[in-house]
Design a protein around this ligand. Structure first.
Ligand code: TPP
Ligand code: SF4
Ligand code: MG
Length: 342
C-alpha cells in the first residue's frame, strides 16, 4: 500500500571523490545512433549515471531525442519521456508537481525521485527560455534542467542558434566571397543570465564532459540541493563543428583553457570557479583562442582579423566583466554613469 507520509526531500548524492569512486552502473547504454565522438551523448550518459536509478529524464526534441529513440531502440534504462522543443522547463515543472501531488495524496510511495529535463541550445536558450525561466521561480518543486549546448540546431542540419559562436559556418551562415562573416552576433550568456535573474534558484553551474567527474558532481549537487536548478554543458559536436571525432575531448579542454567557456557554479548567490577555470582566475595564462578555433572547420574561413576580434571579445569577458566570465556588468562605471544622468 502506498505510504501517505509526504516528503519533499531530495536524494543526498555525495560527490564522487575521484574516478575510482564512480559507480559502475549505467542508465544510458547501447541502442543510440548519435555520431561518433558526440559529446552530447556522453553528457547524457554521465548525467544519468550521476543521478542514479531513481530518476525520470525528460528530453526536448533535438539530437538527444531523435538519435536516442530511433524506431524501437533506446539507450535509456530509466523512465524517459519526450517533450516538445521549447518545453523542457514546463516538462520539468509539471513532472515535479505531478509527483509531489501524487505523493501528497498517498497515491504513490513518498520517496525522493530526481526529475531531470534536458534541452539543446536551440530548444533551451532560444525557443524554451521563457519556460525555463518560469520553472526557476518555482522553488517548491525539485528539478534539474540541463542544457546541452552543441552550438547549433544540430538535428535539423546545423542551423544557427543564439549560442552559435561569432562567425561560425552553419547552414544559415555560410561564408561567401562577398561577405565572409555572416553571423556577427556574440553568443548569449545563458548560465550567467539565469543565475543573475532568478534569486530563488539555488544552483546554476556550467560543465564540460571533458572533465567527467566534475561534471557528474555538479549534477549530484544540483539534485541534492533541490528546488529548480540549471546546468549548462558545452558539447563539442563533430558534425556541426566539422572536425575529426577523435578531437572531441581535446576541444572541450581547449574551450576551457582558452577562457571561452568558464567553469563555475553559483550556489545561493555565491560564485565559485572550479577546475582549470580556477587556475585561469588565479593567474595561469589563457591559451590563445586560435588554438581552439582553427581545429574546427566551421572557423576555417577566419582571417587574422577575425581571430583578433574573437580574442578581443574573450579578453573583455575576463578583464572587464564585474565577475569575469560570469556577469558582464561594470558596476562602478555603471553606478557613476547613473549618478551623472541629468
Ligand atoms: C516547434 C518546433 N519547431 C521546429 C522543430 C524542428 N526541429 C526538431 S529538432 C530541431 C533542432 C533543435 O536544436 P537544439 O535544441 O539545439 O538540439 P540539437 O538538435 O542541436 O541537439 C528542430 C528545429 C520542432 N521539432 N518543433
Ligand atoms: S550532430 Fe552533433 S550533437 Fe547531433 S548526434 Fe551528431 S555529434 Fe551529436
Ligand atoms: Mg543544439
Amino acid at each position: 500500500m502506498a505510504e501517505t507520509t509526504f516528503s519533499n526531500a531530495t536524494q543526498t548524492l555525495e560527490p564522487f571523490r575521484g574516478i575510482k569512486k564512480v559507480t559502475l552502473e549505467e542508465y544510458f547504454t547501447s541502442g543510440h545512433r548519435t555520431c561518433q565522438g558526440c559529446e552530447s551523448a556522453l553528457v547524457m550518459k554521465l548525467m544519468v549515471k550521476a543521478a542514479g536509478p531513481r530518476t525520470i529524464v525528460l528530453g526536448s526534441t533535438g539530437c538527444m531525442y531523435v538519435a536516442n529513440t530511433t524506431y524501437y531502440t533506446t539507450p535509456w534504462v530509466v523512465p524517459w519521456m519526450h517533450t516538445q522543443l521549447g518545453s523542457s522547463g514546463s516538462a520539468a515543472l509539471g513532472t515535479a508537481a505531478g509527483l509531489k501531488a501524487l505523493m501528497r495524496k498517498g497515491k504513490m510511495k513518498a520517496e525522493p525521485i530526481n526529475v531531470i529535463a534536458f534541452c539543446g541550445d536551440g530548444g533551451g536558450a532560444d525557443m524554451g527560455l521563457s519556460a525555463i525561466s518560469a520553472t526557476l521561480t518555482h522553488k517548491e518543486y525539485n528539478s534539474l534542467i540541463l542544457l546541452y549546448d552543441n552550438e547549433s540546431y544540430a538535428n535539423t542540419d546545423i542551423q544557427l542558434s543564439g549560442l552559435t559562436p561569432f562567425g561560425a559556418h552553419t547552414t544559415f551562415s555560410p561564408p561567401g566571397t562577398v561577405k565572409r562573416i555572416i553571423h556577427t552576433r556574440w553568443k548569449k550568456n545563458v548560465a550567467g543570465m539565469l543565475a543573475a535573474g532568478h534569486p530563488e534558484c539555488r544552483y546554476v553551474a556550467t560543465v564540460c564532459a571533458s572533465y567527467a567527474v566534475d561534471m557528474m558532481n555538479k549534477v549530484r549537487r544540483a539534485l541534492t540541493i533541490g528546488g529548480p536548478t540549471f546546468i549548462h554543458s558545452l558539447d563539442p559536436c563533430p558534425k556541426g563543428w566539422d572536425y575529426d571525432p577523435m578531437l572531441s575531448h581535446e576541444l572541450g579542454e581547449l574551450a576551457i583553457e582558452t577562457g571561452i567557456f568558464p567553469l563555475y557554479e553559483v550556489e545561493d548567490g555565491v560564485v565559485t570557479y572550479y577546475g582549470k577555470t580556477k587556475a585561469l582566475v588565479e593567474g595561469r595564462p589563457r591559451k590563445p583562442v586560435r588554438e581552439y578555433l582553427l581545429k574546427q572547420g566551421r572557423f576555417a574561413h577566419f582571417t587574422e582579423e577575425d581571430l583578433a576580434y574573437f580574442q578581443g571579445k574573450v579578453d573583455e569577458q575576463w578583464q572587464k566583466w564585474e565577475i569575469p566570465g560570469v556577469v558582464p556588468f561594470r558596476r562602478l562605471d555603471a553606478a557613476q554613469a547613473a549618478l551623472n544622468v541629468k
